[in-house]
Design a protein around this ligand. Structure first.
Ligand code: ZN
Length: 419
């Protein structure tokens, strides 16, 4: 198919109703059905999507993005998770949410441990996108936040209609989508999740995920218990298309506009054995995050998919990557105190020294948190009489950390960078 034909095909595709025989155990993603409904309400969205696709293809054809996509920049995206619950099971724990943030940070950076399961045929095109997702630390009013909101609702089931995204319809209002990636977790009916594509209405921009397909601990249900539903839906949010191209099953005519994913005849479910071929390929890339396989079967994005996603981040969602809603709280903390000094900073070794000034501090509590606010280290010292504390932070990865020190008389919060 030539380029114009491809564009027309995809628009027709989104505007039509295409479904596959499914049963309840098969993955269901509502993003295409959702987009079709958006276009039926506002036909200008189809034109915007067509223009976006043309621009992506032009830039990729002009090789603005390296074909191997070796760019190593890191794009930081602040995230707010809106938990909208009707009962305790739906009111998932902070821990469950944090595991989901871990999953997307792994999957979008080829840091997932199950990448070893990618068939050798495909491992040479595997990509690390260089995207860091972080729970917001500053809310839209400028106050400190955990990046998680919780809203009780009388609604027992939600549909593909944006109603969970507004308090007027008993959901939770979005935070400005030019500063935050909004994720709603609720009891979504039928589908595991749905996402907006770039080019839609900014007030409803974001991703909705069913509560028991979110994260990889707590209230999650096999086979969607590894957090891959959000990885998949965020792919749509970054303008990735289902790997089989969303054509009617068996036609082999659809395209995901990505050259390094083989043509395949339809979605794969469960977890096929390698090779699993269709459309004359050696094997479908059924381990791609944009297929419909089980969470435990998915483990790869490709360089071609990375090119599309980076176009979106650089052109359509660039304000998110500079909004600083994750780190501004830490950045504003000054490392000045008459009582404490942190040495060295930045830290290149494993020993962080807290120098204690003034009189005998007595009882001391030291806490180290990462940029997500997660506690990494806690130490307590009783009747401490020395002038310094040496902390072994060998277990910490590289990055920015908060250190909170409190005594019976005073408290101090500082920050340090481990290189
Ligand atoms: Zn999907």
């Amino acid at each position: 198919m030539n380029f114009t034909a491809k564009i027309l095909f995809i628009i027709l595709l989104f505007a039509s109703t295409i479904s596959f025989a499914q049963n309840n155990s098969e993955r269901r993603c509502g993003s295409n059905e959702y987009l079709k409904r958006c276009i039926s309400k506002d036909s200008s969205i189809a034109i915007k999507i067509k223009n976006i696709e043309e621009n992506i293809q032009k830039q990729i054809n002009n090789n603005i993005y390296n074909q191997k996509s070796t760019e190593s920049a890191v794009y930081t995206i602040p995230v707010v998770v809106h938990v909208v619950y009707n009962n305790d099971a739906q009111n998932i724990s902070d821990e469950q949410i944090l595991t989901q943030i871990d999953v997307i940070n792994e999957d979008y950076n080829r840091a997932n441990t199950d990448k070893a399961n990618t068939p050798t045929l495909f491992s040479s095109v595997a990509a690390s996108f260089g995207i860091k997702f972080c729970l917001a630390q500053i809310d839209p009013s400028g106050n400190a936040t955990t990046g998680i909101t919780r809203t009780y609702t009388t609604v027992t089931e939600w549909q593909l209609d944006d109603s969970v995204k507004s308090s007027k319809t008993r959901g939770a209002d979005s935070w400005p989508s030019n500063k935050y990636l909004n994720i709603w977790v609720c009891n979504l009916f039928g589908d595991l999740g749905y996402s907006t594509f770039p080019g839609g209405n900014s007030t409803v921009d974001g991703v909705v995920i069913r509560y028991n397909a979110f994260g990889r601990t707590g209230n999650v249900a096999y086979p969607y218990n590894k957090g891959r539903t959000l990885t998949h839906e965020l792919g749509h949010w970054l303008n990735l298309i289902h790997i089989w191209g969303d054509d009617a099953s068996g036609s082999c005519q659809g395209t995901d506009f990505v050259d390094d994913t083989p043509a395949q005849s339809g979605p794969n479910y469960g977890c096929p054995a390698f090779p699993h071929s269709s459309c004359g390929n050696t094997s479908d890339m059924y381990t791609n995050f944009m297929d419909y396989t089980n969470d435990e079967c998915m483990n790869i994005f490709t360089n071609g998919q990375k090119q599309r996603a980076l176009f979106v981040l650089k052109n359509l969602r660039s304000s998110l990557t500079t909004s600083n809603k994750c780190t501004v709280g830490i950045d504003n903390i000054e490392n000045t105190s008459s009582q404490f000094k942190i040495l060295p900073n930045p830290l290149t070794g494993d020993i962080l020294t807290v120098q204690l000034n003034g009189s005998n501090p007595g009882n001391i509590n030291v806490m180290v948190l990462n940029s997500l606010g997660q506690i990494q280290l806690i130490k307590n010292y009783q009747n401490y009489a020395e002038k310094k504390i040496s902390l072994n932070i060998n277990d910490l990865s590289q990055g920015l950390f908060l250190i909170k020190i409190s005594t019976d008389k005073t408290a101090y919060t500082g920050k340090f960078i481990k290189l």
